[in-house]
Write a protein that binds this ligand. Structure first.
Ligand code: NDP
Length: 247
């Protein structure tokens, strides 16, 4: 896909993988809708992108709230007239053993990591179909391929995204020429680990950093750009990228 002039909606664009991908896409001439809740971060990123000669708008969006998602998609359509790329990337990863029954955190993960992806897909899909050629990238994880103790519910949400991505690909590619990429990163150096409330698991994850060099958000963004730039008859269906030393 020729990226110049295309329009992308990126959820979870206020930090980490989403922010890095926004910067790279804007540098390729994509008009980017940056969606998240922390608008101060989004505004700063818009300024950075514009200073570098790119185009972007900040979209205040809570992916859990379908009305907020619909309003964000409308804002993007009003500004840029359509949508070609949907990057479903917002997510969170509190870690705890199931027996500690942090039910609120489980629900929050299901709400953001799964229902959030469903909400933004529902809001954007009719517009993607209208384009005749489009691309959806969903951020699953290495945790969508295997299961880690302490991340049981997180892994369940990321397995759901892997399954949803494959189903979307099978349904949408033949009928609507929409490519679907399931992104499955290993450990990436972002804010994700800062939200782990369980002290033991937080320490364990910090320990991981000492054992290996994490992938950077920019390196993940490069793979997203690679998938989007593939010729239109090529669908990069899965991207599994992890630190060399991660088992
Ligand atoms: P960050 O914590 O840096 O980014 C998470 C993003 O999600 C933020 O922009 C945050 O924005 C957004 N977000 C969270 N809740 C909501 C919500 N309710 N509505 C809208 N946006 C929301 O971490 P990463 O960049 O690492 O995470 C991006 C994705 O990558 C996640 O899906 C994560 O599970 C996945 N991933 C990360 C890995 C890693 O090692 N870092 C490995 C594998 C997958 P805000 O708070 O402003 O709303």
């Amino acid at each position: 896909m020729e990226l110049k002039g295309k329009v992308a909606l990126i959820t979870g664009a206020s930090s980490g993988i989403g922010a890095a991908t926004a910067v790279k896409l804007a540098a390729h001439g994509v008009n980017v809708g940056l969606a998240a809740r922390r608008t101060d971060k989004l505004q700063a990123l818009v300024a950075q992108i514009k200073e570098a000669g790119g185009q972007a708008i900040a979209i205040k969006m809570d992916v859990v709230d379908i009305e907020s998602v619909k309003a964000g998609v409308d804002q993007l359509l009003t500004t840029y007239g359509g949508i070609d790329i949907l990057f479903n990337n917002a997510g969170l990863m509190p870690a705890s053993d199931v027996e500690t029954l942090k039910v609120d955190e489980w629900h929050r993960m299901v709400d953001v990591n799964v229902k959030g992806v469903l909400n933004s897909t529902a809001a954007a899909l009719p517009h993607l179909i209208r384009r005749g050629e489009a691309h959806i990238v969903n951020t699953s994880s290495i945790a969508g391929r295997k299961v880690f103790p302490g991340l049981t519910v997180y892994c369940a949400t990321k397995h759901a995204i892997a399954a949803f991505s494959e189903g979307l690909r099978l349904e949408l590619a033949p009928k609507h020429n929409i490519r679907v990429t399931c992104l499955q990163p290993g450990a990436v150096d972002t804010e994700l680990f800062e939200h782990v409330s369980d002290a033991g698991y937080r320490q364990q994850m910090e320990g991981l950093r000492k054992q290996m060099t994490f992938v950077t958000a920019g390196e993940i963004a490069d793979t997203v750009v690679f998938a989007l730039q593939a010729p239109s008859h090529v669908n990069v269906a899965e991207v599994f990228l992890l630190p060399t030393k991660q088992p």
